[in-house]
Design a binder for this molecule. Structure first.
Ligand code: FAD
Length: 315
C-alpha cells in the first residue's frame, strides 16, 4: 500500500468531516510548515472513534494538535492523520475547589476564570498560550508552578489501541516538561485541584505575570522556550553567553529580547527553524560544553537526515 493510498483510505474511514491535504502550519504559533495528509476536527467521542478506526485501518502516524504553541510542523507537512479538539472540548466546570476543563480550553482563559471564581493556583497559566491538553502532555509551567502541581486526574484515549482511561497525576510520570503521555494518546479533559483564593489578589498576580512576560519575552512567530533549562541554569542565559542573540539562519533567528526564543519570519520556513535549533545546540556545546535539550515538538520530515534537535523531541 502506498502512502497515498493509505491517505485515501484514511479519509474514507474518517468520514465526510475529514479534510484531505489540510494546512496545519497555520494552526501553530510559528505559523510555518505544511499540510497534514488527513485532518479531522474532533467534536464528539464518535469522531474520535473514527480516528481510532482510521489509524488501525491504515497504520498511518497520528498527530494531536492543541493550540500549536510548542509545535513545529515540517515544510513538507505531516504525512499522516492530524486532529485537533473542537469547541465542545473547551468547557470549564467548577465544583468547590475542583475545576474540570476540556482539553481544548486555553490556559490563559482557565487562569482568568479560576481567579474570577475565587480560586488560586492557575495564575501562571495566563502567560502560557497553550491548551489544557498540551499543558497536561508537556507539564507546562512557569513562575514557580507547573501543571503536575495542580492536576488531579485526566482522561486519556489511546488512538492506537482500545485504551480509554482516567489516570491520576501519580500515573503520568511527571518531571520538568515531561509526562509519559505518548503521541497516540489524546487528553480529553483534566481535573485540577486549586486552593481558596482572593479574586483581587489573583487579578494582581495575573497582571504581574502579564507585565513580566511583556517585558521579557518577544511577540511574533515563535513557540516560547526552544530548549529546556538545564538543571540549575537557564537555556536563554547559555545561548546568550554563546554570543547567539540575534543569530540568523535563513528565515529564522534567535530573538534579541530572549535568547531561548527562536523567531520565524512571516512566510518563513520550518526547515530554517529546525536548522537553527540544531546550529544553536551545536554552538552552545562547542563554546560552553553544555548539551541543550529541545522542548519544542517537531512533526513531519525535515531536510536534515538526522537532526540533532530530534534528540529531545518525541514526534
Ligand atoms: C509565547 C509563548 C510562551 C510560552 N511560555 C511557556 C511557559 O512559560 N511554560 C511552558 O511550559 N510552556 C510555554 N510555552 C510553550 C507552550 O505554550 C506549552 O508547551 C503548551 O503546554 C503547549 O500547549 P499546546 O496546546 O499549544 O500544544 P501543542 O503545541 O499543540 O502540542 C504540544 C505537544 O502536546 C501534544 N498535545 C496537544 N494537545 C494534546 C491533547 N489534547 N492530548 C494529547 N496531546 C496533546 C502535541 O501532540 C504535542 O506533542 C510558550 C509558548 C509560547 C508561544
Amino acid at each position: 500500500v502506498t502512502a497515498e493510498a493509505a491517505l485515501v483510505e484514511a479519509i474514507r474511514l474518517l468520514g465526510p468531516k475529514a479534510k484531505s491535504n489540510h494546512p496545519i502550519g497555520p494552526l501553530t504559533t510559528y505559523r510555518v510548515g505544511g499540510r497534514a495528509g488527513a485532518f479531522l476536527e474532533v467534536e464528539t467521542e464518535a469522531d474520535l472513534e473514527q480516528v481510532r478506526i482510521a489509524v488501525a485501518g491504515t497504520g498511518l502516524p497520528v498527530l494531536v494538535i492543541g493550540r500549536g504553541s510548542n509545535l513545529l510542523v515540517s515544510d513538507s507537512g505531516f504525512p499522516g492523520i492530524a486532529l485537533s479538539l473542537g469547541a465542545s472540548y473547551g468547557f470549564i466546570e467548577f465544583e468547590g475547589l475542583v475545576v474540570r476543563a476540556g482539553a481544548a480550553c486555553s490556559l490563559p482563559v482557565l487562569a482568568r476564570r479560576s481567579v474570577a471564581a475565587g480560586l488560586k493556583g492557575m495564575e501562571w497559566g495566563v502567560g502560557v498560550p497553550g491548551s489544557v491538553g498540551g499543558a497536561v502532555r508537556m507539564n507546562a509551567g512557569g513562575h514557580g508552578s507547573e501543571t503536575s502541581q495542580v492536576l488531579r486526574r485526566c482522561r486519556l484515549v489511546d488512538l492506537s489501541s482500545d485504551e480509554d482511561s482516567t489516570l491520576t497525576v501519580d500515573e503520568l510520570d511527571y518531571s520538568y516538561r515531561h509526562s509519559n503521555i505518548s503521541p497516540t494518546q489524546v487528553v480529553l479533559w483534566a481535573e485540577l485541584s486549586l486552593s481558596p483564593g482572593d479574586s483581587r489578589e489573583g487579578e494582581a498576580a495575573i497582571g504581574e505575570v502579564v507585565r513580566w512576560r511583556r517585558e521579557h519575552q518577544p511577540g511574533g512567530q515563535n513557540a516560547g522556550s526552544v530548549f529546556t533549562n538545564p538543571p540549575g541554569d537557564s537555556a536563554g542565559r547559555l545561548v546568550e553567553e554563546a554570543g547567539l542573540k540575534g543569530y540568523r539562519l535563513g528565515t529564522a533567528w534567535v530573538s534579541d529580547k530572549h535568547a531561548n526564543f527562536i523567531q520565524a519570519d512571516p512566510g518563513g520556513s520550518a526547515d530554517d527553524v529546525l536548522s537553527l535549533v540544531d546550529e544553536v545546540r551545536r554552538l552552545v556545546y562547542e563554546r560552553l560544553g553544555v548539551e541543550l535539550v529541545p522542548e519544542v515538538r517537531v512533526a513531519g520530515r525535515f531536510e536534515q537526515t538526522e537532526p540533532m534537535a530530534r534528540g529531545g523531541a518525541e514526534l
